[in-house]
Design a protein around this ligand. Structure first.
Ligand code: CO
Length: 133
């Protein structure tokens, strides 16, 4: 079951510049964190009711690199929804004909919690991430 909005992720060509911009707008902005397993460097902008995840490619095979090639000034990349039970949610979406990206198994995401991504072609063109919490 979906229980809330965890974060909205934006791919950015210049992480320092994007982080500084959100700081100037008065938001609480984390330091940059390299996540080599995910091929990204992330900065989190913490808002009272949700977070914004600023994503920048890290390493050779970053999943963000192709996106930034197509969207050189950056762009909305995915939204992440909280779910109470990831395994049960996975069963439900697969039964609904929605493809889960990768090998279909939950991975440990950017916050150390199990996550999975759904194929955007099966979800109205929006890349959805589910995080268990
Ligand atoms: Co995310």
């Amino acid at each position: 079951m979906i229980t809330g909005l965890n974060h909205v992720a934006i791919a950015v060509p210049d992480l320092d510049r994007a982080a500084a911009q959100y700081r100037r707008m008065g938001a609480s902005v984390s330091g940059a964190q390299d996540l080599p397993d995910h091929g990204v460097t992330v900065v989190f902008v913490t808002l009272p009711n949700t977070k914004i995840e600023l994503l920048h490619p890290l390493g050779e095979n970053s999943p963000i690199a192709a996106f930034l090639e197509k969207n050189p000034s950056g762009g909305l990349h995915h939204i992440c929804l909280d779910v109470d039970d990831l395994a049960k949610t996975a069963e439900g979406v697969v039964a609904d004909g929605i493809r889960v990206l990768g090998d279909g198994q939950p991975k440990i995401g950017a916050h150390g919690k199990p996550v999975m991504f759904l194929h955007p072609k099966d979800t109205q063109g929006a890349l959805l991430e589910f995080e268990e919490r």
